[in-house]
Design a protein around this ligand. Sequence first.
Ligand code: SF4
Length: 182
Amino acid sequence: MLKRYLFLKKQDQIKKENLHEKKKIFGTSIKRSSDYAQALMELGALICKPVSPNCKNCPLVKKCKSFKNKNFDLVKFKKKDKETFYKLNIYKKNNHYLLIKNNKFNFLKNLNIFPMEEVNNPKNFDKDLNLKMSNMSMNIKIEFKNKYNLNKNNYWIDPTKLQNYTLPTFTKKIVKFLESHK
Ligand code: SF4
């Protein structure tokens, strides 16, 4: 609704902190800030609807820049994915790869992934591949390891029989990457 009222069309105008600042046009009384917020939400839900704004019944019509410009398009911007970094440990035996049940990361919970660890704020991270997941851009470095400690959460998969396993797409993509870079 603010986007229309103020005719905001550029991404930097729509940053949260800018919008907080611009909300002040409705009043600066701290005591009434929750009333302003409520009024904004109701106007957005009942009058300035995304598809057909009801300008005829809008109390802000006189000062509304979208109404003045007769342009009601709402510009949507894709959120930038968060860059994350992981070291992936590959254990290989008799042409099988070792996977573990994920009880470490919030994504792909309880699903089978390669053993991996997150690297925070790395310098010169030399990634081997990049995969997108939800709002993450995952930079992955692959390291082959020899020693492994098997436990009940580990098991080996045959990369030529992926269809026999229940695996997340994330893991399948990594297997395919490994197989095509042998
Ligand atoms: S006048 Fe129309 S476009 Fe402007 S805020 Fe009101 S409903 Fe939205």
